[in-house]
Write a protein that binds this ligand. Structure first.
Ligand code: NAP
Length: 298
């Protein structure tokens, strides 16, 4: 670091073993960009002070994670249109003191899904399981990217309805309770798990009954801890095409990198670094270390 080094970082609470610092710092190093990324545990009551700190310390920007993605909005100067529609911010850019909020989660997901599965979005009838924060980003971006149809199923049906209303202007949309899934399954071509069901340590749980998994279906899971959830394993065994949550994580970071640097991100390097972090093979700086087999958080 020197006086010219620009800082970026992550605001969350807690931030735990985040894999973003290693992924972003590896990308800055590889491209010779004089920027450094660090994770900051920001208590909710201190969020406004922390945002003021972005200006005072001339950070180039930050990523924002749980629990600040919605709470940060009133402290920003401007919101990108997609972030406004999602109702949450995961990336802030400091444009000479003006703080602009973006959301790269949804676009990161769509980029990863299309690149890694090769599917054509207008031909898909997607079943979105869940209606929480991640579902909002994914559903809004899929709808804005021209997905054929969206069926949103959630344990709390009211939240599915609210999300369906958010995206109805872009595509044919339905909101249903989990019990109604069987009625819709014959027409569904793409299943997307946006719930935390199946995430470590509840690795034996599945958000969809196994009998619906079949060849021809694409099954996507936002969970990346573990990388192959029980849902994806069973889907693969049933002959479905599978897509895991690592690509979303990598591409949301790559899009944030581009917003901060104006340069295309080295996506393959970022993916390799994130994967090695997940396996516990590298330190927070991305340097090699002995594997400890522990699963860090995003
Ligand atoms: P969230 O806002 O808390 O939403 C959780 C969702 O899961 C809600 O729809 C909730 O239903 C549902 N749910 C939780 N437990 C359930 C259960 N036992 N049965 C049925 N539904 C259940 O969380 P989030 O931020 O959206 O995150 C969700 C998942 O996405 C997490 O596993 C997270 O790691 C993953 N994620 C991955 C990425 C990535 O980059 N790959 C990015 C963001 C999030 P109710 O509304 O009924 O409570």
């Amino acid at each position: 670091m020197n006086s010219e080094t620009k800082l970026v970082g992550l605001f969350g609470y807690p931030v735990g073993h985040s894999i973003s610092p290693a992924m972003q710092n590896a990308a800055f190093r590889a491209l010779g960009i004089n920027m450094r990324y660090a994770a900051f545990a920001v208590e909710p009551s201190r969020l406004q002070n922390a945002v003021e700190g972005i200006r005072a310390l001339r950070f180039r920007g930050v990523n924002v994670t749980i629990p600040h993605k919605v709470a940060i909005i009133p402290f920003l100067d401007e919101l990108d249109e997609e972030a406004r529609e999602i109702g949450a911010v995961n990336t802030v850019v400091n444009a000479d003191g003006k703080l602009i909020g973006y959301n790269t989660d949804g676009k990161g997901y769509v980029t990863s899904l299309v690149r890694e599965t090769g599917i054509s979005l207008p031909e898909q009838a997607a079943l979105v399981l869940g209606a929480g924060g991640a579902a909002r980003a994914v559903a809004v971006s899929l709808a804005r990217s021209g997905i054929g149809r969206l069926v949103i199923a959630n344990r709390t049906e009211r939240k599915a309805q609210e999300l369906a209303e958010r995206v109805a202007e872009y595509t044919e949309t339905a909101a249903i309770a989990l019990e109604k899934i069987p009625r819709y399954m014959p027409d569904v071509t793409l299943v997307i798990n946006t719930t935390s069901v199946g995430m470590h340590p509840q690795v034996d749980a599945m958000p969809l009954e196994e009998r619906y998994l079949r060849p021809g279906l694409v099954v996507s899971d936002l969970v990346y801890n573990p990388l192959e959830t029980r849902l994806l394993r069973r889907a693969r065994e049933a002959g479905a095409q599978v897509h895991n949550g690592l690509g979303m994580f990598v591409h949301q970071g790559a899009l944030a990198f581009r917003l901060w640097t104006g340069t295309e991100a080295p996506v393959d390097l970022m993916r390799e670094t994130a994967l090695r972090q997940l396996k516990g093979e590298t330190s927070e700086e991305g340097d090699e270390k002995e594997s400890k087999g522990e699963w860090p958080k995003g």
